[in-house]
Design a protein around this ligand. Structure first.
Ligand code: 0X9
Ligand code: ZN
Length: 300
């Protein structure tokens, strides 16, 4: 089934998650936290040994449809933890892990069957001819600010209102209704090899930015040692551009300390159309990075 030698369809990814829950029922459960506009499940897989003292980390992927390496890496991480949980380090075992590998299943499927470079979700604006909201402009913190468009045909369309889209709304509902207190939120994108921390809405920094920078540098160093890829660390608006309504800013606004957007490989040679032979190396080095994050979460 999942080999990480090719990119998989949503059905396969969801089937894989359900299979893990059946195979490891004492540590893994799968929950559907909502449905996409076209009715696909939004599935979250939880891995936990159930200790009440555990910290919690939320990881998502596939917010942007064409960034195929993201769901591939997230499913690789899930598989690693699932298959080796009993022999994993305490840093890993002392965390309740939540994974949402495909935030935008409609867009992801659309990139497989119609337009490889599609970015947004697939909800049509009114009865017009433009489809899709950029889910990473639709989150409810400084929604509608810089770097987000009010024009429905734009690639960075913000949507009609904050959380107007079922996919972002499901994430917001999940956080609103869970009693779990998260110490970290990671969202995998591509490409560019960046570790980005808030804020993204404007060129301003959170009070703990120095720590976010130094932890980011430690993660980047472990990625480099593990696989050789160089990741650049900085704030979203400082390193890239201002773009309001991102999931990272919103997570940080909830008080989640270690919030990063990780722009995976490569740096532009293949861009979004990264060959599947890159999945394993990119995933492996990012697993090393995640171990550093886990250590920081446990120290927090
Ligand atoms: O523009 C984005 O949404 C992200 N880059 S991507 O090429 N994957 O589209 C960066 C988002 C950084 N975070 C915020 N601007 N809040
Ligand atoms: Zn993206």
């Amino acid at each position: 089934r999942m080999t990480w030698k090719q990119y998989h369809r949503v059905e396969d990814i969801h089937g894989f998650m359900d299979y893990l829950a059946e195979t490891y029922p004492s540590i893994i459960s799968v929950n559907t936290i909502g449905k996409s506009h076209e009715g696909r499940d939004l599935k979250v897989l939880r891995i936990s040994d159930g200790k009440s003292t555990n910290k919690a980390v939320f990881i998502d992927g596939g917010i942007h449809a064409r960034e195929w390496i993201s769901p591939a890496v997230v499913t690789y991480l899930i598989n690693q933890f699932a298959e080796n949980f009993d022999v994993e380090t305490d840093d890993i075992k002392n965390i309740d892990w939540y994974f949402l590998p495909v935030v935008n299943p409609d867009g992801y499927e659309y990139t497989h069957n119609t337009d490889r470079m599609w970015r947004k979700n697939r909800k049509r604006y009114g009865i017009g001819f433009c489809y899709g909201t950029d889910l990473n402009r639709n989150f409810g913190y400084h929604w509608g600010g810089k770097g987000a468009s009010s024009y429905p045909c734009s690639e960075i369309y913000r949507g009609e209102a904050a959380f107007s889209e079922p996919e972002s709304k499901a994430i917001s509902n999940f956080f609103a209704t869970t009693a779990t207190k998260f110490t970290a939120y990671l969202t995998y994108h591509s490409y560019g090899q960046y570790l980005l921390y808030p804020w993204g809405y404007d060129n301003t920094l959170p009070p703990d930015y120095k720590e976010l920078q130094s932890v980011g540098e430690e993660i980047a160093e472990s990625i480099r040692k593990a696989g050789g890829s160089e990741y650049t660390v900085g704030s979203s608006s400082g390193l890239l551009y201002s773009a309001a309504g991102g999931s990272d800013d919103w997570a940080k606004s909830l008080g989640i300390k270690y919030t990063y957007t990780i722009e995976l490989s490569d740096t532009g040679r293949h861009g979004f159309v990264l060959p599947a032979s890159y999945i394993k190396p990119v995933a492996k080095e990012n697993l090393a990075g995640l171990r550093v994050l886990a250590q920081k979460v446990n120290e927090a």
